[in-house]
Design a protein around this ligand. Structure first.
Ligand code: UDP
Length: 322
């Protein structure tokens, strides 16, 4: 099969490209390199079934042509990373809304299946754990940029489902939870690459808030396999929203300790108030756990890589120069 991956030079997109190529598919990547990087796809450029184009998803004639060429579309292009979102709210909102509009419009014309990557951010501050796809979304006030990001992805979901309901466009929505692994950069605020970089340099690890907030970190390879399985599933997955991640929780403080231990670093932990780390009034969620039963029921999804193994792979990748 031939696939278009928007955002294919990004962290998750490049792993997806790799997996599709490995099983014999052809991959077309469209990426404007705003947060992605050519380095992420450098090792794929030699492969005859790999094609890439550095351009924006909002280039409509190009998108029309690319969608025409492929059998299905993975739409991963988006503004991601809480830091980026807080610092550049206009870019975040415009990117997330405009790209999805164009993807759906073009795919809609040709009835090509689309998988849209959404995020656990849409659950906001909900305390109904674990988060179920049909559970409540507790997004905070519009005065805080973080919630604008959540809302923009939520609008993407609504639009996607509207295309399904009104035009029967085959769509699948995945909500990714704290996905980590080699090639992820800490530049946009993600915690694991930030801690690993700090630990390897023997610099203090910056734990935001009191470090008691908890997350579940998923290996990128697991999330990618889940996404591929959902796209392959066809009919039964169309019109569905599906959580993908890992459901093993760890506090951020413990994560910092684990990284220090596994890198054998001399680093200490420093605690940075949220206001200083992000922006005044910043709101973080204390806990975030995916309910993975829907993914399991639909495609047998079970995460396979545990946290220590993930941390080691990230450390290795940093040592190799990422
Ligand atoms: N965090 C941290 N230090 C950092 C970066 C992030 O303590 O250098 C915290 C962040 O405040 C959040 C958690 O780690 O509570 C996960 O952050 P990330 O941006 O990776 O993902 P999020 O869960 O916020 O989407």
């Amino acid at each position: 099969m031939d696939y278009l991956i928007t955002g294919g030079a990004g962290f998750i997109g490049s792993h997806l490209a790799e997996s599709l190529l490995a099983r014999g598919d052809s991959v077309y990547v469209l990426d404007d390199l705003s947060t992605g990087s050519i380095r992420n796809i450098e090792h794929l450029r030699e492969q005859p079934r790999f094609h890439y184009q550095i351009d924006s998803v909002t280039n409509r004639p190009l998108m029309a042509e690319m969608v025409d060429r492929v059998d299905a579309v993975y739409h991963l292009a988006a503004a991601v990373g809480v830091k980026l979102v807080v610092e550049h709210p206009v870019r975040t909102l415009e990117t997330n809304l405009r790209t999805t509009e164009v993807v759906l419009e073009m795919a809609g014309k040709k009835q090509k299946p689309v998988l849209i990557a959404s995020t656990s951010e849409v659950y906001g501050k909900s305390e109904q754990l674990p988060f179920r796809e049909d559970g409540p979304l507790a997004i905070g006030p519009s005065s805080l940029a973080r919630w604008g990001y959540a809302c923009s992805k939520l609008m993407d979901e609504f639009l996607c489902l509207a295309y399904w309901q009104e035009y029967r466009l085959p769509v699948v929505i995945t909500r990714f939870f704290n996905t980590v692994g080699p090639r992820q950069t800490g530049r946009y605020g993600m915690v694991l690459p930030t801690f690993v970089r700090q630990a390897l340099a023997h610099q203090p690890l910056t734990v935001y808030g009191d470090g008691q907030q908890q997350r579940c970190f998923a290996y990128v390879g697991d999330v990618v396999q889940g996404s591929i399985a959902l796209m392959d599933k066809g009919e039964a997955a169309y019109g569905e929203i599906v959580n993908l991640g890992n459901d093993q929780e760890i506090s951020i403080r413990e994560l910092a300790e684990r990284v220090i231990e596994r890198t054998e670093s001399r680093s200490e932990i420093v605690y940075v108030p949220y206001d200083e780390a992000y922006a005044p009034g910043f709101e973080d969620m204390r806990r975030r756990i995916p309910d993975l039963s829907k993914a399991k029921a639909l495609v047998g999804y079970v995460p396979t890589v545990g946290l220590d193994e993930i941390i080691d792979r990230v450390i290795e990748s940093f040592k190799r120069g990422q």
